[in-house]
Design a protein around this ligand. Structure first.
Ligand code: PLP
Length: 642
């Protein structure tokens, strides 16, 4: 916006000489004296000063430095501060190129970037205030706990800035794509007023219907660690990921293996593994699958499969996933290497960088890794209420909370027979889910990923697929995706075979699903393995072979269900609390210090996996008799731990 020329501007500036710093570099290293020891916050681009004057009035315990290159505009800000008799603001009437010329290391506590110029031409990108190198300089002058708070109405600039944050190895502490909706949702008026101070620009453009986006950026690694340059210990780009220190699963599994090597298989209960083992602790492999694999030709192994899967596999996996249910929606299918690939692709294609992905509080760890690896994060709803029922109310609350801030939401439900709980949503639960999804504003888009990795070990084929009729009938802005894995169903864990199947409201959405998921596959792993796809195609093209596979699976499923029941019944007898369980590979015992319980059981040569808030028992890996004995031993061990 063109600013009218102000007469006698420089003479007017003389009236404010006490609060203007003509050469900020002369104060470098001495800002604290100037601020009277108060924490220092900088606003780059203060405009006419509405924001800084309101903030300074509200936070007299802080000191503010308002930077603005347009002297005519800044005059209005100077007037506001003087009129309000505020003494905790100083002004720097300049465009700042490099904050480190003005500030020493760690001199500031926070930086506000409000509605910075988007500089839309591509070749200007280095001059944008959220360009990666500029972000890095801000964090040089900020203390360890310092933050940058960036607000804009410009979607392009915002999404670009998110990528810059990742590239600069920084962390997103908070993000919203609709700040004003979030403000409105705060019930307490005082809290609401304190949550956001509008700038002049913000008031104008939000009034015109523009959504205001805000991101709070922090440091990922403490300063001293980040600056260890003498010896290069890392070459990998950060790209937003955060790998947790030490893998709990891995530690538990290796302890079990070491015990087996030392004491022998019979003396050890290894309930760590997430694969089905027979009563003699041998991995179950379906004979019909094995013989079909062995009958494959060289071409079946060697040739590339089409990215979306070979046509015969696509037909077969549709039957495998849906059983006798005939979907009414438009089905899109893309092959992936394992269910993990399906989940990763769904998260990639149906959420934006910075978004939160929603799942239940007991969840399979890789959900979080997938989210953070893609520059997103994982949010959970409480899976069960105080009565042990699936917590529809909390799911509803979290869906509406997240949708206030983001346009897209991916919800992952792991059912039937979830990992680690063994819980399966009931039909009542599903109707509750449908009710929530039916009330989602049509402008928002929700993708419901149903991670059905354990579906064929959860109960009778048709019974466990009854939920399909609910998700086949959702509104146009909801996209259900079934992540159907062959790892367990066909005992093909290591062959990496699965498919993601969507139930779309229109042919266009189904076609787009295949297009975007294939494109992601192209860049992530390219084609999925052909051999396991061919095996599944052959099984479904041969009724006798299919009957054999189904009969074998039923045999092992019955064995597994009996183990789960045995554990559940004994746990009830012993008074050992377990997380609501229905079927599947795992049962979880809630416990406040999972590591301590696992270690104590390890002393007795019983190996379980610690998860957040409990320990997971793989009944898939232990014989029924042992499943019957374990609850008493676990209960006893808990008692010993006090
Ligand atoms: N989802 C859950 C809950 C799992 O436990 C697993 C495997 O352990 C998977 C998905 C995916 O496994 P895969 O990639 O082998 O299909």
């Amino acid at each position: 916006m063109r600013q009218r020329k102000i007469k006698n501007l420089e003479t007017k500036y003389e009236d404010y000489s006490d609060i203007i710093i003509d050469d900020p570099s002369t104060v470098k290293g001495h800002w604290s004296e100037r601020a009277g020891g108060r924490p220092i916050y900088i606003e780059i681009g203060c405009g006419k000063g509405k924001f800084i004057s309101e903030l300074a009035a509200r936070e007299p315990e802080h000191f503010f430095i308002a930077v603005e290159g347009n002297r005519s505009v800044m005059l209005r800000a100077l007037e506001k501060i003087r009129d309000a008799e505020l003494t905790n603001v100083a002004f720097a009437p300049e465009f700042v190129e490099d904050l480190t010329e003005w500030f020493d290391d760690s001199e500031a506590d926070g930086i506000y970037l409000n509605f910075s110029d988007p500089l839309p031409k591509n070749y200007w990108y280095r001059r944008r205030l959220t360009y990666r190198d500029r972000l890095k300089t801000y964090f040089k002058v900020l203390k360890d706990s310092g933050v940058v708070i960036f607000k804009t109405d410009n979607t392009g600039l915002f999404e670009w800035s998110i990528q810059e944050i990742r590239a600069a190895d920084l962390k997103i502490l908070d993000i919203t794509r609709d700040l004003h909706a979030e403000v409105l949702s705060i019930e307490d008026p005082e809290e609401r007023a304190a949550f956001n101070i509008e700038t002049e620009y913000e008031a104008k453009f939000s009034g015109l219907g523009e959504k205001i986006k805000r991101v709070v950026i922090g440091r990922r690694v403490p300063k001293d660690k980040g600056e260890e340059l003498e010896m290069i210990t890392s070459m990998a780009a950060f790209n937003g990921r955060e790998i947790p220190e030490g893998d709990r699963n891995f530690t538990a599994v290796s302890k079990a293996k070491a015990a087996i090597a030392k004491y022998g298989k019979e003396a050890v209960t290894n309930a760590t593994v997430g694969a089905l083992y027979d009563d003699e602790a041998n991995l179950v492999v379906l004979g019909s699958v094995e013989k079909t694999f062995k009958g494959l030709s060289g071409t079946d192994f060697a040739e590339y499969a089409p990215i979306a899967g070979i046509p015969g596999f696509r037909d077969a996996v549709k039957k495998a996933a849906f059983g006798s249910y005939e979907p009414k929606s438009f089905v899109g299918i893309v092959a992936t290497p394992g269910g993990t690939g399906s989940i990763s692709s769904a998260v990639n294609n149906y959420s934006c960088p910075g978004d939160r992905i929603l799942t239940h509080s007991w969840y399979w760890g890789p959900y979080k890794s997938i989210a953070v690896e893609q520059g997103k994060s994982l949010e959970t709803f409480e899976m069960f209420d105080s009565e042990g029922n699936f917590n529809i109310a909390d799911l509803e609350y979290k869906v509406s909370k997240l949708l206030r801030n983001q346009e897209y939401l991916v919800v992952i439900l792991n059912t039937p027979a979830s990992n680690p709980t063994g819980y399966s949503l009931s039909m009542d639960d599903w109707y509750g889910v449908k009710k929530i999804l039916d009330s989602v504003d049509l402008e928002k888009k929700v993708t419901l990923v149903i991670d059905a990795a354990y579906i064929d070990y959860a109960g009778e084929e048709d019974e466990v697929r009854e939920f399909l009729k609910v998700v086949d009938n959702l509104r146009a802005n909801i996209l259900p995706i079934i992540a159907y894995s062959a790892s367990k169903t066909f005992t093909m864990y290591g062959s990496r075979c699965a498919a993601m199947l969507c139930l779309a409201h229109s042919p266009a959405v189904a076609a787009e699903f295949e297009k975007v998921c294939s494109f992601f596959a192209r860049t992530a792993w390219s084609n999925s393995p052909r051999a396991p796809q061919t095996v599944i195609e052959k099984i479904y093209n041969d009724p006798d072979l299919l009957a054999e596979t189904n009969a074998e699976r039923k045999h092992w499923r019955d064995m597994l269900l009996a183990r789960g029941k045995a554990f559940e019944t004994e746990a009830a007898k012993e008074g050992l609390e377990i997380v609501p369980f229905r079927a599947g590979f795992f049962i979880t015992i809630p416990y406040k210090d999972p590591e301590a319980l696992c270690n104590a059981l390890g002393e007795k040569n019983i190996f379980l996996i610690p998860v957040d808030g409990g320990v997971r028992v793989s009944v898939a890996a232990v014989a029924e008799e042992r499943c019957r004995q374990l609850p008493a031993i676990i209960k006893e061990t808990i008692k010993e731990l006090g």
